[in-house]
Write a protein that binds this ligand. Structure first.
Ligand code: CU
Length: 226
């Protein structure tokens, strides 16, 4: 994102000024320009990030509430566009099968994540997803065993069980490390996001995805779904 690039350029510029000014002993007045310690990486990292994938510059927590038709919406997803975000270390997530339900009901993962689907019930399940997103049919598998899938591209998978029609869940794969699912009161928080303005997307089960913009963490982050 352009904001990251500008921040990184500023940091390089400020560092250069300090080094040059320091040589003739006039650095002191310039010190106030430095807001955060500069990390020097041996190899270039994505703007605004360390090579390990954690933001290197100032970050913010985006805390908000999502409503649908004016009421707090649980199990809704909010995610931020972040095309400059570096790849994460390999990630894992779990969609559990327990008491004839999937847990959680809505699972959000970054593209590239491996999702485990353990059967922790006393009966067989046959988990599948046939339409959008990742298509798979894991076949019948007994209690105490697990299968795994890599979600390698963005999309929404509607997950069901062939044997138990009441079992349903969603796996949403997003191409960003910045996402959150809302709690029972519609509240969500996206932590440690590099400061700046973002385009966000929001979705709830059974609804369509909306897009908006958030300027930062100064104003309340309120999302309204139709
Ligand atoms: Cu089942």
């Amino acid at each position: 994102m352009a904001v990251h690039g500008r921040t990184a350029m500023m940091r390089i510029f400020v560092t250069a000024v300090l080094v040059i000014s320091g040589a003739d002993g006039t650095a002191a007045p310039r010190l106030s320009l430095v807001r955060a310690p500069t990390r020097l990486a041996a190899q270039p990292a994505a703007p605004g990030h360390t090579r390990e994938g954690a933001p290197a510059g100032p970050t913010m927590d985006l805390v908000g509430v999502i409503r649908s038709g004016g009421r707090p919406q649980a199990d809704a997803v909010v995610w931020l566009d972040a095309p400059d975000a570096p790849p994460s270390a390999p990630r894992r997530a779990v969609l559990d099968q327990r008491n004839l339900t999937f847990e959680p009901h809505v699972l959000v993962v970054r593209v590239g994540t491996t999702v485990e689907l353990p059967n922790n019930d006393r009966v067989f399940h046959n988990v599948f997803s046939f339409h959008d997103g990742k298509r798979f049919d894991l076949g019948l598998y007994p209690a105490g065993t697990s299968k795994r899938l890599v979600f390698d591209r963005p999309g929404l998978s509607r997950v069901f069980c062939n044997i138990h029609p009441g079992m349903a869940a969603y796996i949403l794969a997003v191409d960003t490390p910045y996402f959150a699912v809302s709690d029972a009161n519609g509240r969500f928080s996206i932590r440690a996001v590099p400061r700046g303005a973002y385009t966000y997307h929001a979705w709830r089960p059974g609804g369509r995805t909306i897009t908006g913009s958030v300027a930062g963490d100064e104003a309340p982050f309120e999302v309204s779904l139709p």
